[in-house]
Structure formats: structure tokens, C-alpha cells
Design a protein around this ligand. Structure first.
Ligand code: 5GP
Length: 126
């Protein structure tokens, strides 16, 4: 998939549209999901142009990959949801079967309360 520079997260990175920023460094931006699915729902995105996890692993430098995954753990620590607290879940949808809506790699970090089953039962999803 060709990266679409007009996707909503690209616009957030360019500060063309606002977000509730939670954390930022040279490699990543973390901000609140506009439609939170749990008490805590943060999106962690790389600053580089990658459509999804597969694209990221194919094209990103080792330093970008390392810093991205370290940032997820760092954000969880800042949120006080790490394993030594009550824990959290990270999810990244890749492609249409997973229901990926925004074509810029993002990890959902959810927590702050019981999250529930990892997946709905097969006949529960729409
Ligand atoms: P996906 O379905 O692609 O894995 O997740 C996309 C996420 O982006 C959804 O949880 C949705 O609520 C969130 N989202 C979509 N548009 C915006 C926006 O303009 N701002 C923020 N902060 N989140 C958004």
C-alpha cells in the first residue's frame, strides 16, 4: 500500500489538526484516541511514514524500530499501567480483515480498568 500523506495521523504529525498529546520524542508521538474504548486509550505512532506494522518492519531503520517499541513501554510507565501496576494491552490492526481505519502505523494502548476478552466471540463481531 502506498503511504497516503493526507491520512489523519499524518495531519496530526504536521499539526494541521489538533490532538491531546501525551508523549513525544524524536521518533514517536503518543496521543489520546478521540473515541476512547477504555478508561485509558492512547495511540502510539512513529513519526516516519509507514502504513502498518508490516510496512514498518520492511522499511524502517533498526533505530526507529527499537525506539518505537521502547516508547510503548515508556508510555505505559508514565501512565502507571505497566505490569508492576495493573497491566494493559497493546493492539495494532493491520489491513482490512483487522479493520484498520487509519493507514499510518499505530498501536492502541488500552488500560486503566479491566479490559476483557482479547477478541469478541466469533459470532459477536459485525
Ligand atoms: P484503527 O481502526 O485504524 O486500528 O484505529 C484508528 C483509531 O484512530 C480509532 O480508535 C479512532 O478512534 C482513532 N481516530 C480516528 N480519527 C482520529 C482523530 O482525528 N484523532 C484521534 N486522536 N484519534 C482518531
Amino acid at each position: 500500500m502506498v503511504y497516503d500523506r493526507n491520512n489523519i495521523f499524518a495531519k496530526i504529525l504536521r499539526e494541521e489538526i489538533p490532538c491531546k498529546k501525551y508523549y513525544e520524542n524524536d521518533f514517536v508521538l503518543a496521543f489520546e484516541d478521540v473515541y476512547p474504548q477504555r478508561k485509558i486509550h492512547i495511540l502510539v505512532i512513529p513519526k516516519g511514514e509507514y502504513t502498518d506494522l508490516d510496512d514498518f518492519h520492511r522499511k524502517a531503520s533498526d533505530i526507529e524500530i527499537i525506539e518505537f517499541f521502547k516508547a510503548i513501554t515508556h508510555v505505559a510507565e508514565l501512565l502507571k499501567v505497566s505490569a508492576q501496576f495493573d497491566g494493559y494491552r497493546v493492539i495494532s490492526n493491520v489491513g482490512s480483515n483487522a479493520g484498520q481505519e487509519v493507514p499510518h502505523l499505530h498501536f492502541h494502548l488500552v488500560g486503566g480498568e479491566k479490559i476483557g476478552r482479547m477478541l469478541p466471540k466469533r459470532n459477536d463481531y459485525g
